[in-house]
Write a protein that binds this ligand. Structure first.
Ligand SMILES: NC(=O)c1ccc[n+]([C@@H]2O[C@H](COP(=O)([O-])OP(=O)(O)OC[C@H]3O[C@@H](n4cnc5c(N)ncnc54)[C@H](O)[C@@H]3O)[C@@H](O)[C@H]2O)c1
Length: 269
């Protein structure tokens, strides 16, 4: 491939991209990145006001987007969104399963309700998204690209987040298992496994209920993360969005069943 063509292959002009969890953090940054590279971003989130805010930001920047309410744990809703996007937009080329939640607590005391809740969103929600997107993409001449959010927590377990890590490890296997089935139809399935990124999910440790930041608590959380990371830094949502954009684009046309690890080097697998 010529150099100019190679650079252009990172663009996603004219593609339709669904991003779950697009109201915040990594999902929001991914929607902005995909739209910035030319895609129409369907910004989906259980918090529809935040999904709409991301879409509004994209449109204000001159891009194409819409915000939609979606609970990824409700299969019929995920299927309905996929069908509606096909009807309205003519297809789905990129689907990013980024929505996720965290539950914490010691393994030996984990309540069944917590386990069910996180499995429903972080594992079944990704499964439903993969199925809904995959069923559309296998029928399209141009195929498609699915990107799932795993986590460094699956590579390097930490205490008190076993159920979260189990989901993220399951996402890796789901990605590989699906990839071997749909590759011949031109559908690629990959995952990103981010290290620690400052978002709503991780901000819960130090963002007070009124939205202000407890800086001492922030340093108590982030300081050790930095020190234990070879690059001595934590990530920003855009660091993960860059990997999502690459996997979504034709630049990654030979990549499937893979896990990209923008994690500062905290896990090397
Ligand atoms: N932040 C990190 O350090 C980190 C590290 C590794 C992996 N991840 C993963 O990246 C993904 C995004 O996390 P983030 O840090 O941006 O978190 P975030 O909390 O900032 O964003 C998650 C978004 O998902 C949405 N969401 C939650 N449940 C949903 C549901 N049932 N249906 C639809 N949307 C739902 C939330 O409303 C929120 O907007 C998650 O899957 C997370 O596990 C995050």
């Amino acid at each position: 491939m010529q150099a100019t063509t190679l650079i252009e292959s990172f663009r996603v002009d004219g593609k339709v991209a669904v991003v779950t969890g697009a109201g915040s953090g990594i999902g929001k940054a991914s929607a902005l990145a995909l739209a910035g590279a030319g895609a129409t971003a369907i910004c989906a989130d259980i918090q529809d006001d935040t999904a709409q805010a991301t879409a509004d930001e994209i449109v204000a920047n001159g891009g194409s987007a819409e915000g939609v309410a979606l609970d990824v744990s409700v299969r019929t809703d995920v299927d309905a969104l996929a069908q509606r996007v096909v009807t309205d937009r003519g297809g789905i080329h990129i689907w990013c399963n980024i929505a996720g939640i965290m539950v914490e607590g010691p393994f030996l005391e984990a309540p069944e309700d917590d386990l069910d809740r996180i499995l429903a969103v972080n594992l079944k929600g990704v499964f439903f998204g993969c199925q809904a997107a995959g069923r559309v993409m296998v029928t399209q001449a141009e195929g498609g690209s699915i990107i799932n959010a795993s986590s460094a927590a699956a590579d390097a377990p930490s205490p008190d987040i076993a159920s979260y890590a189990i989901c993220k490890a399951g996402v890796v296997q789901m990605t590989k298992s699906m990839a071997v089935e749909v590759g011949k139809k031109g559908v690629r399935v990959n995952a990103v496994a981010p290290g620690f990124v400052l978002t709503g999910m991780t901000g819960r440790y130090f963002v007070r209920p009124d939205g202000t930041i407890d800086e001492a608590m922030q340093e108590a959380v982030v300081g050790p993360m930095r020190r234990h990371t070879p690059l001595r830094s934590i990530g920003e949502p855009e660091d993960i969005a860059a990997a999502v954009l690459y996997l979504a684009s034709d630049a990654a046309r030979f990549m499937t069943g893979q896990v990209l690890r923008p994690n500062g080097g905290v896990a090397m697998v």
